[in-house]
Design a protein. Structure first.
Length: 278
């Protein structure tokens, strides 16, 4: 992971006057002014939580895209190979689940905005009835998609859908956030600095990723030597704690139909399968 997530989050969350250019580059022309340039330094990544995943699972509707090689429709799940297509090539097990609508409801019904499915022949129409031809029906309980015709033996199938539950991996960063404020004369220099400082005080409350933003330095305005005379630059510095939340998608193997059992009775091992009613 680069530090771009911290920069992007600060830029997106810095709610200031639209006339102030908020970016991660220093302006090179007076037409870019006034500007607030975001940078970070002295960044560290302390370890938190057991296994680095301190957050619990989240629920809602997380958009997911899966691309499946129709010539080899398999999923490697931690060393276990799962067949994603049945022998008739009309039922697909989605790689991640459980499937929900775009609004987060379990469904059905499912509509066109809840999922899109394409293979080499083009898009499929989402239906809630028995599918025919180029129609596809989502079965959220089974974690499958049923097609009205057999999928081709080659090419790629792309499916965009939503899952309802997922885990979240949290990575914490600490460091210094700097805002270089550049203006074209001495008057706006103080005004813009105070407006940006006020917006940064609200960033912690309005942005879930920034857990803490503490002001530590307010430099005096000075001439910016790469711009025309009387163009001033002032640096504001803050100590921050930033938590990057990354979805961790569970692998779906469909509904469990049988469980493998190894019995060892008096030194005589025996393997058998227990069927699970569906």
């Amino acid at each position: 992971m680069t530090l771009a997530a911290i920069i992007d989050s600060a830029i997106a969350g810095l709610n200031v006057d639209p006339s102030i250019l908020v970016t991660d580059r220093l302006p090179t022309s007076p037409t870019d002014l006034p500007a607030a340039t975001i940078s970070v330094s002295d960044v560290d990544r302390p370890h938190i939580g057991i296994g680095g995943i301190p957050a619990g699972p989240e629920a809602g509707a997380l958009a997911v895209n899966a691309t499946i090689d129709l010539a080899l429709p398999e999923l490697d799940s931690g060393g276990e190979i799962l067949d994603l297509l049945d022998p008739a090539r009309t039922t697909l097990i989605v790689p991640n689940g459980p499937i929900v609508t775009a609004a987060g409801s379990e469904g059905p019904p499912f509509a066109a905005g809840d999922a899109t499915i394409n293979d080499p022949g083009g898009p499929f129409t989402i239906t809630n009835d028995a599918p025919n031809g180029r129609e596809a029906r989502i079965n959220p309980d089974q974690g499958t998609v049923t097609f009205g015709q057999a999928l081709p033996a080659a090419g790629q199938l792309s499916i965009d859908y939503h899952i309802g539950v997922w885990e979240v991996a949290v990575t914490r960063y600490t460091g210094l956030l700097h805002v270089d404020i550049i203006t074209d004369d001495g008057g706006p220099a103080s005004t813009v600095a105070r407006q940006v400082a006020g917006a940064l005080e609200l960033l912690e409350a309005s942005n879930d990723a920034f857990q803490q933003i503490v002001p530590i330095a307010w430099d005096g305005a000075q001439l910016a030597d790469w711009l025309p005379s009387d163009h001033l630059i002032r640096r504001l510095s803050y100590r921050f704690v930033f938590e990057l939340r990354t979805p961790s998608l569970p692998t779906s193997g469909g509904v469990i139909s049988q469980v493998a059992v190894l019995s060892n009775n008096d030194g005589a091992p025996e393997n058998y399968q227990i069927p699970i009613p569906t």
